[in-house]
Design a protein around this ligand. Sequence first.
Ligand code: BTN
Length: 244
Amino acid sequence: MMLRIYRVRECTSTQDVARELAEDGWVEGTVVIADRMTEGRGRLGRRWIADYGGLWMTVILRPKSVNNLQLINLAAGLSVIEGIKKLYRVPLGLKWPNDVLLEDRKVCGVLSEAKFTGTTVDYILLGIGINVNNELHGALKDTAISLKDYLGFEIPTQPILTEVLKNLNNFYAELLIGNTDDVISKWKKYSVTIGRSVKVYTSEGVIIGVAVDVDSDGSLIMKDDEGVKRIYSGDVIHLIHNNG
Ligand code: BTN
């Protein structure tokens, strides 16, 4: 995949800019990057505060098959964690499906939006937001953290961008040829969800149990009083802190 960077100073959301470009036929590998977003979006209709200093990007992907949608999400979080870990010594972990946590607070979130015609994917807008140097205000500080907060100095964003995109490019290429093992096994290596007691909000209701595994399709396997359950999408809350 050839990467092309489309940089804007400010926009509502890089997802909006990328959608327009995708509709206009811009190719896979187009990366929209904004210094600041005024209406950044998070998962599940939440807002994503995106001031100057962070890394806010959306990558346009056009995979031929939809088999990999969830795995692409996992690959995004994985690309970020490996990208940052290559540059800095930071205790990062992955919360299913694709939050990157630093000491239990969120340093990166991933939002993917797909457009279909029938059952074929027209495009996926893979949005990645990394709190690098941006200031986090108010209550957000309880749940989010920036790399700068943790490391104590200003971090150049360009090397992080380069590493993350390089990883994403590699993992995406693997997924396209059906090689899912690498993404899954690496994802599990960084997982802070597997083995934890969790509460998961799904469209079918709330499930409380233990997260036991992530399957080869990227789904979360949980065990609760009723038995084993497989979750494809949901919002996970880690219940008990696990130092292990
Ligand atoms: C989440 O964890 O809720 C997902 C957050 C995703 C934020 C990124 S920043 C770049 C892209 N543009 C957006 O408006 N959101 C995503």
